[in-house]
Design a protein around this ligand. Structure first.
Ligand code: UGA
Length: 434
């Protein structure tokens, strides 16, 4: 099939590349000329595991091409994916100006029947708005489909190629059949393609992300309570997670959820509620609890240093909002670093992928280490913010000789409390005894 993908952010790029992988001819459109040139030369503009291999293979095969022209995209594609940014507005709602701007241009340039697919996370009612905007510009027949993505950064390629489900929001038989044909190769295992109306599809995405954010936040509250009553959250998590109604995943407590999706989507759903007079009290609580959780280590750090951290040096391992990505959007590490800097501390950081992004944000305020040990050199304590695999089995003896004192604040519970005591560390973690 012939596909155009408008917008080559992480969703657009993964979608375009994976659709090319099953033999479709995919043209990716972006307004950023430099980025398009870079991609034409075979360079992947983001870090996403396994994407480079597929990217190269499909460019070589001539199935994956790039352009800055929306008109070309419209000529090429029978299905036009919109994978555009929907940033957070000042009031927490999703800003639809990119989506509706492109919809208007599509209306002005469309020549024949197209299926326009909303792939971005968009508020309920957006498919109707897109339809309205296009219709106001043209009489050409078209359908708008809501097809939310459920890709996790770091696992996006795998998630796209082997989805647990595909959600298609449309009431047009013609569009539904085209979409089913497109996705058939991805659900050979028998996973479902769930067809529903556009509004339900749009809400499914927000409800799924908000539920997962709530699940994590609930566990964070349980962890904080565990500390007060002397329970161990790891044991509680296992005891709960083995109940299949609860499930084992997304029960890991830590220093809060971050990233480009959960924080934005929870706030947007909360705001959509307010707009129609529905108060999502539960989401209000999730937002509040997570804001506190992101800085939960700060009072512990301050109390360990008797209330004064001015002039102390901290090593920070992990800056990305989660492992296997260079994405630092809403990363808890940034909140911690900002707070410590404000209080006069020195910070030595290391992350396997996110260092360039952090350097762009903090510049010379931080010391950028070459590796995890380099970051720990002469530091008064180590703070762990992201659970990258390379942090899981450090040489503790080496770490002890590098750190001025054997103190670790672990925001991701990488180690067993008992092991750390045996290794001679003062070890603070989440939801467990120190
Ligand atoms: C999330 C969803 O998982 C995807 O299904 C969705 O498609 C995507 O948002 C999106 O809307 O585009 P992502 O933001 O890449 O994916 O990352 P997750 O793996 O879901 O992690 C989100 C945050 O929750 C991270 O900060 C992570 O550290 C935190 N988390 C996750 C926990 O604190 N505990 C857990 O048990 C799991």
């Amino acid at each position: 099939m012939k596909i155009a993908v408008i917008g080559t952010g992480y969703v657009g790029l993964v979608t375009g590349t994976c659709l090319a992988e099953t033999g479709n001819e995919v043209l990716c459109i972006d307004i950023n000329e430099d980025k398009v040139q870079q991609m034409q030369q075979g360079e992947v503009p983001i870090y996403e595991p396994h994407l480079d291999v597929l990217f190269e293979r499909n460019i070589k095969a001539g199935r994956l091409t790039f352009s800055t022209s929306l008109e070309e995209g419209l000529e090429h594609g029978d299905i036009i994916f919109l994978a555009l940014p929907t940033p957070e507005d000042e009031d927490g709602s999703a800003d639809l100006s990119y989506v509706l701007g492109v919809a208007k241009e599509i209306g002005q340039k469309i020549q024949s029947y197209k299926v326009i697919v909303d792939k971005s996370t968009v508020p309920v009612g957006t498919a109707d708005k897109v339809t309205e905007v296009i219709s106001s510009e043209t009489n050409v027949d078209f359908d708008v489909v809501s097809n939310p993505e459920f890709l996790r950064e770091g696992f996006a390629v795998d998630d796209f190629l082997k989805p647990e489900r595909i959600v298609i929001g449309s009431e047009s038989e013609k569009a539904i059949n085209l979409m089913k044909k497109l996705y058939k190769p991805f659900v050979r295992s028998g996973n479902p393609i769930i067809v529903m109306d556009e509004r339900s599809a749009e809400l499914t995405k927000y409800a799924a992300n908000s539920f997962l954010a709530t699940k994590i936040t609930f566990m964070n509250e349980i962890a904080n309570f565990c500390e007060k009553v002397g329970a161990n959250v790891d044991k509680v998590r296992m005891g709960m997670g083995t109940d299949s109604r609860i499930g084992k995943r997304f029960l890991f407590p830590g220093i809060g959820y971050g990233g480009s999706c959960f924080p934005k989507d929870v706030k947007a759903l909360h705001k959509s509620g307010i707009d129609v007079g529905h108060h999502f009290d539960i989401l209000n609580a999730v937002i509040k609890v997570n804001d506190v959780q992101k800085k939960i280590l700060i009072p512990r750090i301050e109390s360990h240093f008797n209330g004064d951290i001015k002039g102390e040096t901290f090593a920070v391992w992990g800056l990305a909002f989660k492992p296997e990505t260079d994405d630092i959007r809403e990363a808890p590490a940034l909140y911690i670093i900002e707070d410590l800097l404000q209080k006069g501390a020195n910070i030595q950081v290391f992350d396997p992928e996110a260092m360039p992004n952090v350097k762009r944000k903090f510049g010379e305020q931080l010391t950028y280490a070459l590796n995890k040990y380099d970051a720990a050199n002469n530091a008064d304590a180590l703070i762990i913010c992201t659970e990258w695999s390379i942090f899981r089995t450090p040489d503790f003896n080496k770490l002890k000789t590098l750190l001025k004192a054997p103190v670790i604040f672990d925001g991701r519970n990488l180690f067993e409390v008992e092991d750390m005591q045996n290794e001679g560390f003062t070890y603070y973690s989440i939801g467990r005894k120190t």
